[in-house]
Design a protein around this ligand. Structure first.
Ligand SMILES: Cc1ncc(COP(=O)(O)O)c(C=O)c1O
Length: 463
């Protein structure tokens, strides 16, 4: 409640009499209110006391879960792979605690982080406009690099316009959350990124998750639910962030037309990765990009910056620029990052050999891994390649063993993926050579049987 609002007749968190009794009886049932408070006619902070455990963050179930998982991992001898601090720029190799690691954990798909042209663009912007955009762009945070970046990105998709947000995650939450509402329906792939799901939840629309990349199932769901809603959105990823396979864009375009839906593609892992010049999923399939209503992407991967964008028609960009909470109520991205990201897109378009190298090395990763009997799931050889392991314990153990062999690769475990679908996720980059790929897979082949033995021992199945 804002200052000056009429709160007469309300206390206990500003609730009116009826609401207060309802809340009290709910809390009473939940056992979180002292008996003294329940019996009082009027309540204030002195009379009303929450149970001590309701006022402590270390009592939050999610926090207890983190602590429990950490202690299980420690007891199992699994190194905590998270928040490792890198020195210098992470490329095909990276330095952690002064030691050199073969690196498969960077988003820098086209080997552009630290590129002199990006640094020059950033420094130039920094000198002219400082480190901060200083305000929301709507009010006084607009700077020339923002407009330039948006024009360059719009051209990538032959789109009329583009809006750049300060965060990739917020781009999805704010865009989906703002454009759709309670009378609408959103169909999203079951493996969609958290930001897509959160956007759909925020919108209040009916949310329907369709089985991963299953276009027949999507059509069945469209038949059942589309006619009951006002507007409908189908949203999915180009290259899937956890699995490295590609959405079936031709079929999605057919379905969106047949069922009168908007189509949105999240190109976070597709820009710079798919197509001859890195323009993404439309170029990969040879489809007119205007068939897709909303092209979403992030600046944190191929663009080596930070932020996200939506490219589309003039009207949707204008609508979002005036209403989308993550844009209106958030600062504009740092001009230096906007300038660097814009330069990255220009280099991507001018140097398609970077895209070709990334694709070649990714294909080789999948081919070589399969030839060694490893399971790369549904990966198609585009920058993201999972090594499917099944249990979170095995993924943690193998990641630790790889780290000990100076290979930096992250385990993806429950709850990020379902238990049973835990994996190591390898990010490839144009900085990698075939030798890096072979070396990493050869080490996997040596360490995986040992990690399996570790897990079996821990489960008491051997010795
Ligand atoms: C598919 C997808 N969409 C959106 C995001 C959010 O982007 P950012 O990390 O730039 O906020 C990510 C992040 O990795 C992603 O994988």
């Amino acid at each position: 409640m804002a200052e000056g609002d009429n709160n007469q007749g309300k206390n206990l968190f500003g609730l009116s009499g009826g609401d207060r009794s309802a809340l009290l009886s709910r809390l009473k049932r939940a056992g979180s209110v002292s008996m003294q408070a329940q019996s009082g006619r009027t309540l204030d902070a002195v009379q009303w006391r929450a149970e001590p455990k309701m006022t402590r963050f270390d009592e939050f179930p999610a926090y207890k879960q983190i602590k429990m998982e950490r202690s299980v991992a420690e007891r199992a001898g699994i190194l905590n792979p998270f928040f490792q601090c890198h020195d210098g720029i992470a490329k095909a190799e990276t330095k952690i605690n002064g030691e050199t690691f073969l690196n498969f954990s960077t988003y820098d798909y086209l080997d552009l982080n630290g590129h002199p042209a990006l640094e020059e663009a950033a420094v130039d912007a920094l000198k002219r406009w400082g480190t901060s955009a200083s305000a929301s762009r709507l009010v006084s945070g607009e700077r020339p690099p923002h407009r330039k970046l948006e024009r360059t990105l719009a051209d990538v998709y032959d789109a009329e316009d583009c809006i750049a947000y300060v965060s990739g995650h917020a781009t999805n939450v704010s865009t989906i959350g703002k454009l759709f509402g309670a009378q609408d329906v959103i169909f999203h792939d079951s493996l969609s990124h958290n930001s897509i799901v959160m956007g759909a939840q925020t919108s209040g629309a009916k949310r329907i998750s369709f089985p991963h990349n299953d276009m027949e199932a999507l059509e069945r769901l469209l038949r059942e639910h589309r006619p009951k809603a006002q507007r409908a959105l189908i949203v999915t990823e180009g290259v899937f962030s956890m699995d490295g396979n590609v959405a079936n864009l031709p079929e999605l375009v057919r379905l969106k037309k047949a069922w009168g839906c908007f189509l949105m593609l999240d190109e976070a892992h597709s820009l710079g990765v798919l197509g001859k010049t890195g323009r993404g999923t439309a170029e990969h399939f040879g489809i007119d990009p205007q068939e897709v209503d909303l092209w979403m992407g992030t600046l944190s991967k191929t663009c080596c910056g930070c932020g996200g964008y939506i490219a589309g028609c003039r009207e949707v960009v204008e609508l979002l620029k005036f209403t989308s909470p993550g844009f209106v109520y958030s600062v504009g991205m740092s001009p230096a990052l906007a300038a660097a990201s814009e330069r990255a897109v220009k280099i991507m378009l001018a140097e398609p050999e970077r895209v070709a190298k990334l694709q070649a090395v990714s294909h080789e990763f999948v081919r070589y891994a399969k030839s060694k009997g490893l399971d790369t799931g549904s990966a198609e050889g585009y920058a993201v390649v999972p090594l499917m392991l099944g249990s979170s314990l095995l993924a943690g153990k193998l990641a630790s063993r790889m780290f000990a062999r100076k290979v930096n690769v992250m385990p993806i475990i429950y709850p990020v993926v379902e238990e049973g679908a835990a994996r190591l996720r390898f990010f490839l980059s144009a900085a990698h050579d075939v030798e890096h790929v072979h070396r990493a897979i050869d080490i996997v082949c040596e360490e995986l049987p040992k990690a399996r033995d570790d897990v079996a021992r821990m489960s008491g199945k051997t010795e």
